[in-house]
Design a protein around this ligand. Structure first.
Ligand SMILES: *Cc1c(COP(=O)(O)O)cnc(C)c1O
Length: 397
């Protein structure tokens, strides 16, 4: 997955463009910047690549989620449905706005179970936030039907699945808003950065203003701009955007290499009786950044993961235990440990996460092992790795 593996002269050239003018900010300083507008250029190119009308760059994937929710008018007491298997940014971004994360089960797609989503809807629900974990997607068709029926916003977290497709559309472009991360370990990186895509002019304008203190960005005198509503600072710097611009050119090449490496591993593992694969919804195509597979039981998955590591296979994950991506690892959320007081809405409306039954999620996560797909592996290195994985897994079955 990580785009830093192919870091090179292109990134240096883009960054030097910015360093030579000294204008590290994405707005203003028109006379000094020698016509370099790296953030703007990235936004135009990314919107086009993602077949969307608009892109807004921000400082991280987490801020992309925050700004997207804010742009759609989500605020205190609004409920946002999210999965039990995700990165912590999901609930962080929701709670940042005083809104309430409602956690629901995942299914064999390792993403939101549409039936669990529908069962969790209340009069306060405003948004469904599927997270396309580990390179593959939620059942977006089913989720969109639920959102349409209940008049809810569909916000895709595509941070881990950039370049994947669903129903002929790039992931992130199917819902009302889509969010991406360009942090250091993502498929393409800005160092730190994030992006929002949408076809809605209103959401684009709202996010443009919100991520820059409410500035309306009209005219050429920043100090004289008006501020139609309250905002914050979630801006990306021109230096980070410059790195991303070089990486964006490499995206399709990265995806192709991932796909080749993915298939070599998958074909080898599919020769093992007892190994099955995560379901990809009909009409979906993964971005091939991970191979995700199930063992027949929780015990076997845990021992397979241990055997993989003992056999020197790196970059394999057992998310169910000792990890940051599943509700089991979120003791701070389950017990609402915050530095200051949480809003009264959060205190009143939060599920009791220590008492909620997530056995359906446990049943899938307990059996799941994931292997990262790296870009730097040569074909023969992947073949060796795949054989080594097969041997390690067979040793516990
Ligand atoms: C990485 C990631 C984020 C957050 O991105 P940052 O840029 O690190 O803030 C959000 N959601 C998912 C699924 C991620 O993997």
């Amino acid at each position: 997955m990580p785009g830093f593996e192919v870091f090179g002269a292109e990134e240096r050239k883009q960054v030097n463009d910015v360093l030579e003018t000294g204008v590290l900010m994405r707005y203003g300083f028109d006379g000094m910047r020698n016509n370099h507008w790296k953030a703007k250029e990235f936004e135009t190119a990314f919107a086009k690549r993602m077949q969307s009308n608009y892109c807004q760059l921000v400082s991280s994937g987490t801020s992309a989620l925050t700004v997207a929710l804010a742009a759609a008018g989500i605020g205190a007491g609004d409920e946002v449905i999210m999965p039990t298997f995700t990165f912590v940014a999901s609930f962080e971004s929701i709670m940042m706005l005083g809104a309430i994360p409602i956690l629901v089960d995942i299914d064999d797609t390792l993403t939101l179970d549409p039936a669990a989503v529908e069962a969790a809807i209340t009069p306060k629900t405003k948004c469904v936030m599927p997270v396309h974990m580990c390179g593959s997607m939620a059942d977006l068709g089913a989720l969109k039907a639920i959102c349409t029926k209940h008049n809810l916003l569909l916000l895709e977290d595509a941070c881990q699945a950039i370049g994947g497709m669903y129903d002929g559309k790039p992931l992130g472009s199917y819902g009302d808003l889509g969010c991406f991360s360009f942090d250091y370990v993502k498929t393409i990186t800005c160092g730190e950065g994030g992006g929002i895509i949408t076809n809605s002019e209103k959401y684009k304008l709202n996010s443009d203003h919100y991520q820059d203190h409410g500035h309306d960005h009209v005219g050429t005198d920043r100090g004289a701009e008006s501020h139609p509503f309250l905002g914050y600072n979630f801006r990306i710097s021109e230096l980070n955007a410059a790195v991303g611009l070089a990486q964006l050119d490499k995206l399709d090449g990265i995806l192709k290499t991932q796909e080749r490496n993915y298939h070599i591993i998958r074909e080898t593992l599919s020769q093992i009786d007892g190994v099955t694969f995560r379901r990809v919804p009909e009409g979906g195509e993964e971005n091939y950044s991970f191979v995700n597979f199930f063992l027949p039981s929780e015990n076997l998955a845990e021992s397979a993961h241990k055997a993989l590591s003992e056999n020197g296979v790196d970059a394999c994950f057992y998310w169910f235990k000792n990890n940051w991506h599943y509700i089991n690892g979120w003791e701070h959320l389950r017990n609402l440990k915050s530095l200051g007081n949480l809003s009264s809405e959060v205190k009143a409306q939060m599920q009791d996460l220590n008492a909620t039954d997530f056995s359906k999620s446990d049943a899938w996560m307990g059996r799941t092992v994931s292997s990262l797909v790296k870009i730097g592996w040569t074909e023969s290195q992947v073949r060796d790795r795949a054989e080594c994985m097969k041997k390690a897994i067979l040793s516990v079955l």
